[in-house]
Design a protein around this ligand. Structure first.
Ligand SMILES: Cc1cc2nc3c(=O)[nH]c(=O)nc-3n(C[C@H](O)[C@H](O)[C@H](O)COP(=O)(O)OP(=O)(O)OC[C@H]3O[C@@H](n4cnc5c(N)ncnc54)[C@H](O)[C@@H]3O)c2cc1C
Length: 496
């Protein structure tokens, strides 16, 4: 055994870094270490390097509640987000806590010792085993090794470059080249204007079906003004509260009056396109917020389309050819480069093989108690942020809850906590909710499941979670606590 750790955080992305700050502030009696398989922090914002990589959440809600995002730009680039995280790491002295190049392979809970034994591999393929009292999974929701890349017919015939945005080649030269981007999600709509700006000859966005896209101002003028006569912290709090309220109101309106919201969104796009592009490419068949709503700053995508440097096709791929993509409609798209912005391969716990007393656990057979604790698994929580709002909002409230729980255990001398689930509560939907996006549907075999009722029902509602997680009592008969020398009354009843 090489190291004994109190709280072990897996992953140094937004969730891992945010949780570490909450633990250091609220549970000073607890020590923690962070294991990160990459050579740097930031997770998503370190991995994705395609041109224009940026958030599509506003930074007042994508930033943490403990550190203002001190810029007027509403959306931030990948490097800016990494810069913000780097400030957090320095400010809260987390540097020496992060062990880079350390990948967690497996974690087995020993219920006699009430400890996790965690197998780790470093970048030199050297293995070590650490023990931990409590494991916090902050590994995001997708596979870092490979993106979701459906195989297209005759793909191998294509003589140009076929690229997945998750593996962007360094120094890709696309100046003057014909580029086809397959997809209509956040990545595709970011890439189109960025590659046009970067000098691509022509960029075609090839989508199977349209998505809702809203144009938002790139600068928050109200934040800019309020910062002049309020402290940075107050202005940030005010902007954050305003944006949380606004986003929630739009989401609720879309659920209640989908037709009205649809009309408004489509009108906005029509005004942007100015009759230069057929609205059929931006008229989805589903209701607003049945899939994540995409945003573009200052209508940059629509500008690129209007000016003719980019175009959009709504069609299906029949096959790849030597010099492009043959569509089912009969049209051929010539391409030097094809970018397959087809999404992520969903993965939970970063591929860590979990087990309890040697018995393998399958995360898709579990629920999340209060959206945080893995059902029937001792001393394990995971942070899965919102997908209908900024991910980070959930990180803050979930980490605070975990701190309260750890403090409750320490106050009462408990070494183990288990949230005992009832199989009858387990539903088909995953904790990511009922969005109809392809990647959520693909998550069913991997993601923990939604519960039928509280505290197993994941609401994906920040305001409700904030209230619930702040006040939730621990003596609800579901959480079972025990001390090291005590046998838990009920053994976890895993369904594998
Ligand atoms: C292109 C893109 C844009 C996005 N934009 C937004 C947005 O605008 N707003 C929003 O709310 N969400 C957005 N998301 C979702 C985004 O993933 C989250 O916002 C957030 O960054 C997730 O943070 P995280 O720390 O939970 O996970 P990640 O960022 O995925 O970080 C997980 C970390 O865990 C590490 N890790 C994984 N497995 C292991 C292991 N076995 N051992 C050790 N370390 C491991 C990884 O290397 C990584 O550093 C976006 C996602 C993508 C892919």
């Amino acid at each position: 055994m090489e190291k004994q750790v109190d709280v072990l955080i897996i992953g140094a992305g937004i969730s891992g870094i945010g949780s570490a700050v909450h633990i250091s502030k609220n549970c000073p009696q607890r020590s923690f270490e962070i294991l990160e398989r990459r050579e740097s922090f930031g997770g998503t914002w370190d991995l994705f390097r395609y041109p224009g990589i940026r958030s599509d959440s506003d930074m007042s809600t994508f930033g943490f509640n403990f550190k203002p995002w001190a810029k007027e730009k509403v959306l931030a680039s990948g490097p800016e987000i990494k810069g913000y995280l780097s400030e957090v790491i320095n400010e809260f002295k987390l540097k020496e806590k992060i062990h880079f190049g350390h990948r967690v392979l497996s974690a087995n809970y020993d219920s006699t010792k009430k400890k996790w034994l965690v197998e780790i591999e470093d970048n030199n393929k050297k293995k070590q085993t650490w023990s931990a009292n409590f494991v916090l999974g902050c590994t995001g929701y997708y596979n870092y090794d490979q993106g979701y890349a459906p195989k297209f017919p005759h793909q191998e015939d294509f003589k140009g470059q076929l690229i997945h945005p998750q593996h962007w080649p360094e120094n890709l030269d696309y100046k003057g080249k014909k580029v086809v981007i397959i997809g209509s999600g956040a990545t595709a709509i970011t890439l189109v204007p960025s590659m046009v700006k970067g000098g691509a000859g022509h960029v075609t966005m090839l989508q199977r079906s349209p998505s809702y896209i809203a144009s938002i101002p790139s600068i928050d003028f109200i934040y800019e003004k309020t910062r002049k006569f309020m402290s940075e912290e107050t202005a940030y709090k005010f902007t954050r509260a305003r944006n949380i309220g606004m986003q929630r109101a739009i989401y609720a309106l879309a659920q209640k009056h989908p037709k009205t919201v649809r009309r408004l969104l489509l009108k906005g796009i029509e005004l942007q396109l100015k009759g230069k592009v057929d609205m059929k490419h931006f008229t989805p068949t589903y209701n607003p917020w049945d899939q994540r709503l995409c945003v573009v700053p200052d209508g940059d995508l629509f500008k690129a389309l209007r000016e003719g440097n980019a175009s959009v096709e709504t069609d299906q791929i029949e096959k790849f050819t030597a010099n492009g993509v043959q569509l089912k409609s009969g049209k051929h798209l010539d391409a030097d480069i094809v970018i397959s912005a087809t999404g992520l391969e969903i993965q939970i716990l970063g591929g860590v093989k979990g087990s309890i007393d040697g018995k393998p656990m399958n995360t898709s057979h579990h629920m999340l108690y209060q959206g945080v604790m893995v059902s029937d698994v001792p001393n394990m929580a995971m942070i899965i942020g919102y997908i209908n709002a900024s991910w980070t909002l959930k990180v803050d409230v979930a980490a605070d809850y975990i701190c309260r729980l750890l403090n409750h255990m320490d106050k009462n001398g408990f070494d183990e906590v288990i949230a005992l689930g009832n199989q009858a509560d387990l539903m088909e939907d995953t904790v990511m909710g009922s969005l109809s996006s392809g990647y959520i549907a693909r998550a069913a075999d991997v993601m923990p499941k939604q519960g039928r009722r509280a505290p197993w029902k994941v609401t994906n509602n920040y305001l409700a979670d904030r209230k619930e997680l702040k006040n939730a009592k621990f003596n609800d008969g579901i959480l079972q606590f025990s001390k090291r020398d005590e046998q838990a009354d009920r053994k976890p009843k895993l369904v594998s």
